[in-house]
Design a protein around this ligand. Structure first.
Ligand SMILES: [Zn+2]
Length: 431
């Protein structure tokens, strides 16, 4: 029988403590098997004699990063018909595996996939260690009303709904109207293996004939889905862009609100009262507008993206001023060849700092502890505390001084996931 693996000690110039909100200088993290055992300054720790020590000079140690709203689809453009219906499904899966690998190599040890059946199906492969990927928390099929954001308006309904379509399509959803149908759709999503339930309570930018302000699903329908999620010990994550749909979702018990473009005073007040986390997903709009026509996204979607950009930033700034907590989600849903998309998810951290005005350490908390709440895993991951799962990264340089070094794989010198070294460019000292 193999003996217990040696404890692992990772030391750096500073450790970011996202709970106490300050850096620990000349700190180390002691890991045994898959757990964090102790964290502190080098002198204060009782370092086990048989430990493997990794020294990362001039570096910052942080909890593993989490993208709390992303879609792993294997798409290589915004041309829905070509990507979704004309590309072989296995090809999409192979591309998706590449995109997952790019994310873990950039320090993302967990992702929340808010709607793509590919992630749901790859969860097992990740757990078995067959693919090099972030931990996957997935909704699988999202739930939409008929003529909702998830009801792809230009396709016949039979091809949209996962229960009727014969096509393998990463963006299949479940269409439901009325409380009973919504309850049934929620149960179907759970039956398919969903970790949580994703719903659309408003229209959106990437749906053809509705608008972000349109309110979708009634409060009663949302409440029925929230209740089904609770009974299965999970929760609901809502795409909500318009003011009314945000209010409906929160009043019906949803605590994770993505996008929140038109959040108003009522929405902010309710969010505060109900301890709601917002996932503003600023990066996807930036990425689409930068790519423009090259994205192959239809003109109507690009026009809507342009229209919402400024007001989105203003409203999220306002929510932040009222101390509504934020979590990072890139909302990336396709990789554009040559562009910095998957693997560059930390652009969202920078957007929170530069566009919304968060302090660097607050933005790091948005990408770790707050994002862990969105994943439903804040008791296990998201901070470097004894007893938590050993997901951590080492960044080459001082992130408090220059947070841009978080973006991309180049400065991520070590990735530890569940106590396993996924990537390491620091010096290993066997004692
Ligand atoms: Zn999304």
């Amino acid at each position: 029988m193999a003996g217990k693996p040696k404890p692992l000690v990772i030391c750096g110039h500073q450790i970011i403590d996202v709970v106490k909100d300050f850096p620990i200088l000349k700190g180390c993290v002691i890991v045994s098997e898959d757990r964090i055992v102790d964290v502190g300054t080098k002198g204060s720790l009782d370092i086990p004699k048989d430990a493997k020590v990794i020294e990362c000079t001039n570096s910052t140690i942080l909890p593993g990063l989490i993208d709390a709203h992303v879609h792993v689809t294997g798409f290589r453009s915004g041309d829905y018909i070509k990507e979704s219906l004309l590309t072989p499904y296995a090809t999409l899966v192979a591309r998706a595996i590449k995109d997952l690998e790019a994310m873990i190599n950039s320090g993302y040890t967990t992702i929340v996939d808010a709607g793509s059946v590919i992630s749901l199906q790859l969860k097992q492969a990740q757990r078995e260690g067959i693919i090099n990927a972030p931990r996957i928390v997935a909704s699988g099929y999202p739930i939409s009303q008929t003529f909702g954001h998830g009801d792809i308006h230009f396709l016949p309904p039979d091809l949209v709904d996962a229960r009727t379509t014969k096509l393998l399509n990463p963006f299949s959803s479940l269409l439901c109207d009325g409380e009973d149908e919504c309850r049934k759709a929620a149960r179907y999503a759970l039956r398919a293996g969903a970790d949580f339930i994703k719903i659309f309570t408003t229209g959106g930018v990437a749906s053809q004939r509705d608008r972000p302000e349109f309110s979708q699903l009634t409060k009663k329908e949302i409440r029925a889905i929230v209740e089904e999620a609770r009974r299965a010990n999970t929760f609901v994550h809502a795409h909500a862009e318009g003011a009314e749909g945000i209010v409906n979702a929160i009043s019906a018990g949803v605590k994770r609100i993505a996008h929140a473009i038109y959040i108003d005073d009522d929405g902010i007040r309710l969010a505060k009262e109900n301890k709601v986390m917002l996932i503003p997903t600023l990066s996807v709009i930036n990425m689409l507008l930068k790519a423009g026509e090259e994205s192959k996204l239809p003109k109507w979607a690009l026009e809507k993206a342009e229209e919402v950009k400024r007001i989105h930033v203003e409203n999220i700034r306002r929510a932040h001023r009222f101390k509504i907590p934020l979590a990072t989600g890139s909302d990336f849903f396709f990789q554009l060849p040559g562009a910095k998309v998957y693997g560059y998810n930390a652009v969202e951290i920078l957007a929170l700092i530069n566009d919304i005005g968060l302090e660097t350490i607050e933005a790091i908390r948005a990408a770790t502890l707050n994002a862990a709440f969105v994943a439903g895993l804040d008791d296990y991951i998201g901070s470097l505390e004894p007893g938590k799962i050993a997901d951590l990264i080492v960044v080459n340089g001082d992130v408090l001084d220059n947070p841009e070094i978080l973006i991309g794989p180049d400065n991520i010198s070590l990735v530890l996931q569940r106590g396993h070294i996924v990537k390491n460019q620091c010096k290993l000292q066997e004692q």
